[in-house]
Every structure is written in structure tokens, then in C-alpha cells.
Design a protein around this ligand. Sequence first.
Ligand code: AMP
Ligand code: MG
Length: 389
Amino acid sequence: FRSTKRIIIEDRNHIKDEELKEAAGILRSGGLVAFPTETVYGLGGNALDEDAARKIYAAKGRPSDNPLIAHVSCVEEVEPLVKEIPEAGRKLMEAFWPGPLTMIFPKSEKVPYGTTGGLDTVAIRMPDDPVANRLIALAGVPVAAPSANTSGRPSPTTADHVWQDMNGRIDMIIDGGPVGIGVESTIVDVSSAVPAVLRPGAITMEMLEEVLGEVSVDPAILGPLSADVRPKAPGMKYKHYAPKADLTLVEPGTGADRESGAEQVTGAEQKTGADRNTGAAQETGLEETQLQAMIRKVRELSREKIEAGYKVGVICTDESRDCYTDGEVRSIGARKSQASVAHNLYALLREFDDLGVDYIFSESFPKDHLGQAIMNRLSKAAGYKIVKV
Ligand code: AMP
Ligand code: MG
């Protein structure tokens, strides 16, 4: 590529087709365009064109057995890509499309193996972002769009992140401002008897269960895969979202790990105002004693590395910011707003890359609702290095 063109969307809520015409033309003719979606920025190419898929893998440095998600602009565009739409798939489309939910279907002949990493299934999503949706509609083809980052780097949540990774490697970047959600879509396999979550996201377990009843969770979401397990989503076997520094999470023990009676202690403490320290305990599903132990551990681990001469980053929250004095301390968001944590997560990992820290120590979060996606991304970024307190 000679150079990457960058265009800026003037008003996301009043997009003129004129603004997206050139980008749509590039997609139709086999080129690559990065664009905003509500989850993260995507790196788009024609999903029905194996050459375009090859270019996507090359631009990202992504292993070609890691399949791509095909993005559509309306439900009618799904039919030609799939063998069938199972009942669970219909229900989820109705409930959550357009939105941050990807579903796995048995693929039709039309979808090339070059897009699906050789699989007989295809992943499909209908994004809610107005730029993404209009661009796909104008292109008139399903758009394969993995996150627009270099493979192994944190996903991009701004056009600048995309520029850092993709300038000179793709035809165009559409700057539509920072994304809303900040973590990738939830992936649900609806081709099996019991729908299975392969990747957690903003459509949470709780939301899926409300629509479907029973939903299973792929073990790869919860922890590292052992070498002998063949992962359902091929992407799961790769180390993702890795910051350059060595990241360690500090996590409070589970209820079962704690001594019995801890619940009662908290009840008493809340009345005596112990949560004035962080003000976060009641609203966030963590007890004040757990929060305090976690913060102490993060401080202790970072001090050790600082004293050994390393540059250290600390990931805290708005509520705990004042508890830290040493190292490059950054808040990832407010504990009482999971959405704020998801929104800032990847930008913060990139900031630490730019700062050139050697070690990062991070607080962790309860895994309910959006917390499951947050902890899935943080745990992967940490290579599952988790210290329990
Ligand atoms: P990304 O595009 O970077 O968000 O990654 C796409 C994710 O979707 C990867 O982890 C893939 O493994 C997963 N995926 C895509 N297609 C399929 C499929 N047919 N079956 C299972 N997982 C898929
Ligand atoms: Mg990705």
C-alpha cells in the first residue's frame, strides 16, 4: 500500500451516503476499510471474496485458521450465508440485533472457507453503529471485519489506535469517534443443541438466559485451555489482547475460599462506615474487606518491582485512585459503572504500551453481567497470571 486514506464522519447521527461512497466502493472491489462499530473498530473486507480475506489476515498478521465474523446490515442478508437459522438464533436476532451479538450458523456454499478459517460454520453479526450499518448496506456485500489491530495487540477503540497499527497496510480508515462499548461482541454458537457462549461481551449471560433459558459457557471463557483441548472458537487458542508489559491481576478469593462469617462482618462494617475508604463496596458486589485486601496486594506487588528498579503501571478504579502513590497509576473506570471499565480497558492497555512500563498490576472485578467480559479480556491480557488474596 502506498498510503492509507483517512476520512472523518462529520455527524454520526446524520450520515450522508456521499461520505461513505468511496469506502463502499473499496469494499466492493476487494480492498480494506477500517470502520467504527459499537464494540471496537473493525477491519473490513468483502466476506465473499477469499482474496479480501487473505489481505485482512496479512494486514493484521493474524493466523489464517482464526475465522472472521461476517457483518450484515439487515436480517435479510443472513439467509444467503447460512444453511439454516435455528430457533435459538431467531430469538436472539429478535432480541439483540442490531447489536453487539455474533452468532455461529452452519454456513452456505456462498461463504468461502478463506473467510471461515476452513470451518463449515460462519459467524454473523448485525452492528448497531450507524456508520457501520450504512457502510455495509452501501457496499452491498457482507463485510468480514475482525478488530482493526495488529494481531496480539489490544483491540482499537479509537481511529488513532487503528492508525497506529494499520497505517500503510489498508486502503482507508473511517474516523467515527471513540466507540461506545469498548469490548468485542458476545459470540454465541446457536448451531448446537444448547446454545453456547464462546466469548462474553455486552450481551451478557443474564440477558441471554432471559431469552433462551438454558445457555452453556465454553470452558475457554473461564480459564486457560489445556494443550489437548481443541477450542470451539479457533481464536481462543491464541494469546489475545496482550499489552507489552507483564500484567498480573489481583483477585479476591471466592466466597468458598473465605472464612465463614465474613458476610456478617461486612454487615457490621457498613454501619460503622468502613466503606468510606473506597465508597465502592456496597454497589459493586465486593465486600470492603476484599477491596482493601486487593488494594494492599496491588500496592505491595508494585512496590517490590519499583524497588527492584522496574517501571510499573497500576490499574485502579475511580474509587481507589487515592489509595495508590507509587508507579504510573491509572484508573480504568468506575467500579460502580461496569460500562465505564469496558469502555476504557483497551485504551488503557495501549497507554501502558506507550509509557513503556515493565510490569502492570491490576485490580480485578466481579464476573457478573458485563464483568464477565471485562475479566475475560483482562485475564487473557495477563496470560491468566492471577494472584488471589
Ligand atoms: P475478532 O474478529 O478479532 O473479534 O475475532 C473473531 C472471533 O470469532 C474469533 O475468536 C473467532 O475464533 C470467532 N469465530 C469466528 N467465526 C467462527 C466460527 N465459525 N466458529 C467459531 N468461532 C468463530
Ligand atoms: Mg480481535
